[in-house]
Design a binder for this molecule. Structure first.
Ligand code: KG4
Ligand code: ZN
Length: 358
């Protein structure tokens, strides 16, 4: 089953062709450099950039998937060369959560294509995509990773921090979520306080690594009581801000790496504490991680140690691009929706849902 998927939820214009769990092509046009000078994603600029690039991104994804050539003979190919969409079974698109005017670009394009080529349409929750991202396979079916439900899913992106009990395909129960900032957002803000640009997560990670992740400042760990299931990072961010503000410039400059490292440590500690709480509460010690912050190698190292202690296992997205936003994960989640017959009945009723939850 071949699916052409589209994601324009934030600052990446992405289209992919997947076949079940296998990725045949993934094209990603990142806007990171455009938004960097504003210190974060500007919705109106994102919308325009998506509009300018989406046609190229989609046609490249279809062309690179090679699926067209496999399905038709040489003669047929010659007569159909302008109609590569023949080999695609379904079209999938992210309808939330995300930036409203950015989501709209992908949805409009998906509807247009589905109507023009007479394909069924599948609407996918972006976070569901991040959940499935650890199960994406290469063209050759690697890694194998058979599904063995249930899992605890730790979702950590720029806008979300959630722990989810993943009971079966398309069956989720939210165990905890952030009451204010997301983990990625907190890292971005802390990096900004230290004078670095967006996105801040990778900068914080590499600064921390240079001082062996030393926790020199021991910033507060929020929500440590067992009767508090949720995450909260804004208190940590505020205490970081005040601490940095009162530091003499020279001392701050000398200790940048330690500040970054101590802040990252507080974030990682909080993520681990709640993940362990979820493991204990559910008895499930197979953990799946998704979202931009899942790229962080220090976090991966700490999570591996945690699940080992609980005799479990942890899966991360197998290829680096799958930690960030991409259409491949949307196509794989869509595959399971298609298997359950979950198609959009009436295209005119499909609209973006910026605050969509699982
Ligand atoms: O999932 P994502 O690409 O976009 C959203 O859907 O939000 O996540 C972006 C977030 C940003 O906050 C970025 O700073 C963070 O992921 N991030 C990282 C790393 N790479 C990206 N955080 C920590 N360590 C990293 N290596
Ligand atoms: Zn995302």
């Amino acid at each position: 089953m071949k699916i052409l998927s589209i994601d324009t939820s934030c600052d990446e214009t992405s289209a992919a062709v997947t076949d079940g769990r296998r990725v045949l092509s993934n094209v990603l046009y990142s806007q990171v450099l455009i938004h960097a000078k504003w210190g974060g994603v500007v919705p109106s600029i994102a919308k325009r950039a998506h509009e300018e690039r989406i046609d190229w991104v989609i046609s490249e994804a279809v062309r690179r998937s090679g699926s067209f050539a496999e399905l038709f003979s040489r003669d047929q190919l010659a007569s159909r060369k302008n109609d590569r969409m023949d080999s695609i079974d379904y079209i999938a698109v992210t309808y939330g959560p995300g930036l409203a005017i950015a989501l709209e670009v992908g949805i409009k394009k998906a509807k247009e294509l589905a109507e023009r080529y007479n394909k069924k349409l599948i609407a996918v929750n972006h976070m569901e995509g991040h959940i499935y991202s650890s199960f994406v396979q290469s063209k050759n079916g690697r890694p194998e990773r058979p599904f063995e439900f249930p899992y605890i899913v730790l979702l950590i992106s720029g806008a979300h921090t959630e722990l989810v009990l993943w009971k079966n395909h398309l069956e989720y129960e939210i165990l905890s979520e952030t009451v204010d900032d997301a983990a990625g957002e907190a890292l971005d803000k802390a990096a900004r306080i230290l004078g670095f640009g967006y996105p801040g997560g990778p900068v914080m990670e590499s600064l921390a690594k240079e001082v062996d992740n030393e926790d020199k400042y021991k910033f507060p760990r929020p929500m440590r009581r067992h009767d508090q299931p949720n995450f909260s990072f804004s208190g940590l961010k505020t205490s970081f801000l005040y601490y940095v503000k009162q530091m003499p410039e020279e001392e701050k400059a000398k200790n940048l790496k330690y500040l970054a490292s101590s802040f990252q440590e507080a974030i990682v500690d909080s993520l681990l504490f709640k993940t362990e709480q979820a493991i204990k509460q559910t008895g499930v010690s197979w953990v799946v991680v998704g979202g931009g912050v899942a790229a962080n190698l220090y976090l991966r190292h700490r999570l591996r140690a945690l699940v080992k202690k609980h005799k479990g296992s942890v899966y991360f997205p197998p290829f680096k691009y799958l930690t960030g936003d991409n259409a491949t994960m949307i196509g794989v989640a869509a595959h399971y929706k298609a298997l359950s017959g979950l198609f959009v009945e009436d295209f005119s009723k499909l609209d973006r849902v910026p605050r969509l939850s699982l």
